[in-house]
Design a protein around this ligand. Sequence first.
Ligand code: CA
Length: 145
Amino acid sequence: MNPIARLRRVERARAEVSFTILIVEDDVEYASELAAALEHDGADTLTAHTCIDGVRLAHEHRPDAVLLDLGLPDGHGYEVARALRNECLAPEAAVVVLTASAIRDLAPAETIGVDLILNKPVDPDLLGGLLRHVHAQRKRKSSTR
Ligand code: CA
């Protein structure tokens, strides 16, 4: 194979594994810290600081994973999760909540399709691998259903 064809093939393979993560977090500094770590890990990121922007970006870009804060200026993260699951996410898309408050009752989150709830602070370097893992699990599940 000639070098250009080989390069094209590598680029195509890379594009196929592209992984887009939507971050919905109103703490601007924390959101950009998360984005930097996830990009370093090879993901593409989109950042929203409000529910309404999060929903809009999800519709536009169909992310593979969503990292969701709960306390947002214009609503609760669960509303975003519900809207995204109902409206635009692929079945394998991962939805992970990041919150500073202790949540003991996981049932409401599970009902609306949240995969995981993590308590802040979270090591941002671990998030990329975790989101890919949840995504892969959901993919396996949705293909065997
Ligand atoms: Ca918040």
